[in-house]
Design a binder for this molecule. Structure first.
Ligand code: AMP
Ligand code: MN
Ligand code: MN
Ligand code: MN
Length: 301
């Protein structure tokens, strides 16, 4: 551990940029984080690492440590989101996989537009494309529906059309959690379960029990963290998640899940995440690097 590092800033391990469904460029995300007192952040765009080099460069300028991260959707009988930290984003298997997943995302967006068009809501493909450099998601469609005046907010677009069970929902085939965890580890990174509880969708007590029941399997697959500090999580929920992390040997992680300036949500650094979580993740990642018995890692040496 570098004793001289400045430990006095905030930590935010969950942020999105224009590379996926955020609305700020990677450099702007870093600047917003720095201005909010963040000293360590992870850029965690959906299925892309394209924003990371620009974010790391801006991190040098703003004296913010930028951890190379990613958020990936997996299918485990239900949709779960995984976060990867300290990944070597040049790892070929990772990039090949991300390319396939992003192509599916673009195809899905085309299908969603077809369905919406059939319902009388015509959107230009360009209205989606201009909102991202790389990884297309439903939020882009939601914002385009809003801009075109078909809904009064992007949220309403999800509620009425884009959420599962709604008419323009298109299911995407996703990799399994063990596959993605293995790939993140292959890239020298550590994997954490993102927002285990979605407030407004889940009954927290019931969902906590469910998460507790699936964690051993994810843990066995190599999961090393669980997001416990998250916007709007009441303190008792965070406490339950930290207890669950302790009981399972996982690192409690957290962040703002920032997608761009919003009057309703936390900005970068708006969620208190202990610095020790970063050090524990870092230690796990460097331990992985030293492991010579991993054939994937050995091959890269
Ligand atoms: P996708 O990855 O294309 O399936 O889109 C998922 C993203 O859409 C999430 O990461 C959130 O940013 C956003 N999202 C998902 N569900 C909702 C919802 N009900 N309301 C608002 N945003 C949502
Ligand atoms: Mn998102
Ligand atoms: Mn997510
Ligand atoms: Mn996210």
């Amino acid at each position: 551990m570098d004793e001289k590092r400045n430990f006095t800033g905030a930590v935010d391990l969950h942020l999105h940029s224009l590379a996926s469904d955020g609305t700020l460029s990677p450099a702007e995300v870093v600047e917003a984080a720095a201005r909010n007192g963040v000293c360590v952040m992870a850029l965690t765009d959906h299925e892309t690492t394209l924003g990371i080099p620009a974010a790391m460069l801006a991190g040098q300028e703003w004296r913010v440590e930028v951890i190379p991260g990613i958020e990936m959707t997996v299918e485990e009988g239900e949709e779960l989101h995984l976060l990867g930290y300290f990944i070597d984003f040049e790892y070929p298997l990772l990039q090949e996989t991300l390319l396939v997943l992003r192509r599916r995302r673009a195809e899905r967006a085309h299908r969603i537009l077809q369905i919406l068009s059939g319902m009388g809501m015509d959107l230009e493909w360009a209205s989606i494309g201009v909102q991202t450099w790389n990884s297309i998601g439903r939020p882009h469609v939601a914002r385009a529906l809003h801009s075109a005046g078909y809904v009064s907010s992007p949220k309403e677009a999800f509620d009425r059309y884009l959420d599962p069970g709604r008419p323009a929902y298109v299911h995407l085939p996703r990799p399994s959690a063990p596959e993605v965890i293995e790939m993140i580890r292959g890239a020298g990174g550590v994997a954490a379960l993102a927002h285990p509880i979605i407030l407004g969708r889940d009954d927290p007590a019931q969902r906590l029990r469910h998460i507790a029941s699936i964690l051993p399997r994810l843990r066995a697959a190599g999961l090393e963290g669980i997001e416990s500090y998250y916007p709007e999580y009441p303190p008792e929920l965070t406490r339950s998640l930290v207890e669950l992390a302790d009981a399972t040997g996982l690192v409690p992680t957290g962040g703002s899940d920032f997608h761009g300036p919003s009057p309703r949500r936390e900005g970068p650094g708006g969620i208190a995440v202990p610095y020790v979580s970063v050090e524990r993740l870092r230690a796990k990642a460097s331990l992985l690097e030293m492991k010579v018995d991993s054939p994937e890692i050995a091959r890269r040496r």
